[in-house]
Design a protein around this ligand. Sequence first.
Ligand SMILES: Nc1nc2c(c(=O)[nH]1)N[C@H]1C(S)=C(S)[C@@H](COP(=O)(O)O)O[C@H]1N2
Ligand SMILES: [Mo]
Length: 383
Amino acid sequence: MKSHLGRASLAALYLDPSLRSLLETVDQNHAEKDELLEVLAFEGEPKPVFGEPFGTGLSGRRIYDLSQIDAEAGVSAPGKHYIRTRAPQALDPIRTAAWRILVSGFAAERREIGIAELRERSERQGPLVMECAGNGPHRAFGLLSAATWSGVRLDELLEELGGTDEEKLVMVLGNDNHRLLGPGQTGEKAWIFKPADLVASSAFLATEMNSEEIPPDHGSPVRLMIPGWYGCSCIKWVEEIRLLPAAASSTLHMRDYAGRTHQDAVPELARDFKPAVMDLAAMPTRVERRRGAAGIYYRVIGIMWGGQELTDRLSIRFGDEGKFAAVQSYEHLQNRSWTRWEHSWQPKAAGLVPIRLIVQDESFPTNRLDEGYYSRSVRIKEV
Ligand SMILES: Nc1nc2c(c(=O)[nH]1)N[C@H]1C(S)=C(S)[C@@H](COP(=O)(O)O)O[C@H]1N2
Ligand SMILES: [Mo]
């Protein structure tokens, strides 16, 4: 845990036996008296149906309740991970048992990769956070979750197929044979990557989620995972991989997500798309009103995720003005999954208070944090 006391001064405190027992008594009193009074709602966010899938096909969703992120759990509880697009109705278990991915454009003679081989070669890839680029307050920010995944590195498979050269592009297509398409909806879901980005992101074809076969709505039997990129690039129900020439057009799905993945305009060519990476971001996910030994206080719990580097400069501000203060406790050890943080707060006045986070380090790209995209507000009734 990060602390305002330096390591040396903490060690000195714990070495002094009288101080140590004093601290223990304080701790015990704290534990006895500390009481949860209320979990505050975030104002201006409609409360969606949490934790249950609703809708079908392309319009199907499941919203994750971020206020339930458990202190110990590194990932969302099984069966709770958000869903964006439910399994196409045409997808049946018989087909998934004999699933094969068609491959084309490569030097090797091979034309397909079967699901049995992928399962056999699958390796643990650890916990990953995934966020829909279209996540926002209208969904209580619940198009964001974490799970552990197993799969096969895509760069290894491409190498076996004869490799790619720098210029070429790799298209990954999903099966989206939804029977019902709404106006303006397109069934085709495919993303096109530069080979170097697949290597850098350690992209893999996943066959397991949370140590089980991937559930149908999450892309069974095989989906793409691109650590650190928005969910839209993580194609589900992968059924085709094509090596394309450098001048290949971008797909409708990419164009659809151009704005939300921070592209300049809507590139016509796939190679003009920047990697759809999630910059470092953070938000409060739960605000508790509590009674402690020293009176009423608020315990603010949140997450930070995305980005390529680690920071100890996460800072928080309550209200529209004033300085940001260092977030009190977190340990940013990795960027692949989320990191939980905590901060205790004693508001000075009642009213509606926006809570905003930033990284106080100019060298960090923090696209959405800079815009206040993840700012959330609570109403304080008494202080
Ligand atoms: N084949 C296919 N893959 C897809 C999609 C889709 O509609 N069809 N949606 C994408 C989007 S926008 C997101 S955010 C993620 C969501 O993955 P999840 O439903 O497993 O959480 O899948 C991506 N992969
Ligand atoms: Mo998405």
